[in-house]
Design a protein around this ligand. Structure first.
Ligand code: ZN
Length: 311
């Protein structure tokens, strides 16, 4: 039986799940990360969680498990970089987990897990049934990232940066970005960037969801949302010209802004696309918080990769 085991390793909680062959979750468990107790503690928490899952479900330990976590892993030992769980940085997480768990460990960043889960189990389910279909899953929140999925797999790319559209330049923009360049997409359409823009126009600080809710009654709010829609369209249109995905799914806090799914937003994307019409769906996600742990489980050997059909 092809169960798939996944773990979402976050800064405050660690969640684990087992999916059955039809990608249905059959058991889920979570524990506190306890990152203040250090790296060794996190390894033990994961190990205990995996044992609990096996005991409660009666499913034997797998030979392989997927892990989704913010940041990246590099090299054969899976050394962590850029994680917001600081004690993981510089540690050979993949090697150590393989030792502690006694199984193969596959680690992927959280944006890629989001893209995998939403495309295969969530908003992209129907589109991805077509052979060769390709999904672009976006995280639009504090940062701007994304993942590319085709054939049930994440495309990582030669540098491991495939889908990182947040650091493409936006024409006409010049704000400095933490990455060292200027005018990156992330400096314009991330949640914090849009809130700063609104504050600079209105002299008031508001969370983005409130800025979006006041809408046309407030000129600064209207300008902020227009800026989001226009810049999002320009940035996404450029990605579509390269990837030509069959579906785009927008996750993250900014992805909840309903104006991103409006006719004006589609027009802004279409204006940048090298085709007469924009013929693909741009959708909100369906899985909520669960995308991380489901995506991690989908990292493991997939029935799709061998060309087998979905059950
Ligand atoms: Zn940048």
């Amino acid at each position: 039986m092809s169960w798939r085991w996944g773990i979402d390793l976050g800064g405050t909680k660690i969640e684990a799940a087992i999916l059955d062959a039809s990608m249905r979750p059959i058991i889920r468990e979570r524990v506190e990360t306890g990152q203040e107790q250090g790296y060794g503690h996190i390894l033990m928490q994961i190990s205990a969680l995996v044992s609990t899952l096996s005991e409660k479900s009666g499913i034997p330990m797998p030979r392989q498990i997927g892990i989704g976590t913010p940041g990246r892993t590099e090299g054969p030992e899976g050394v962590v970089k850029n994680s917001n769980t600081a004690c993981l940085n510089g540690m050979p997480l993949q090697r150590d987990l393989e030792e502690v768990l006694g199984m193969e460990v596959l680690i992927e960043n959280d944006a890629n897990c989001f893209a995998l889960a939403e495309s295969m189990m969530g908003a992209g389910r129907d589109e991805m049934l077509s052979p060769g279909a390709l999904a672009f899953g976006i995280i639009l929140g504090t940062g701007v990232g994304g993942g590319i999925v085709t054939g049930g797999r994440v495309i990582r790319g030669a540098h491991g940066i495939a889908g990182e559209w947040g650091h493409n330049p936006l024409p006409g923009e010049d704000a400095p970005c933490y990455c060292g360049r200027r005018g990156c997409v992330e400096t314009v359409i991330s949640g914090p960037a849009l809130e700063r823009y609104y504050a600079s126009r209105s002299g008031r600080e508001l969370p983005l969801r409130e800025i979006a809710a006041v809408g046309s009654r407030d000129q600064a709010a209207r300008e902020t949302i227009e800026r989001l829609v226009a810049s999002f369209g320009a940035a996404l249109g450029a990605v579509i010209n390269i990837l030509d995905p069959d579906i785009v799914i927008i996750g993250g806090g900014v992805g909840n802004i309903r104006q991103l799914y409006s006719p004006a937003s589609r027009a802004a994307i279409a204006a940048q696309v090298f085709n007469r019409t924009l013929d693909i769906p741009v959708l909100p996600p369906l899985l909520g918080d669960s995308a991380g742990v489901f995506g991690a489980a989908l990292l493991t050997d997939s029935p799709f990769s061998s060309g087998a059909s979905r059950g």
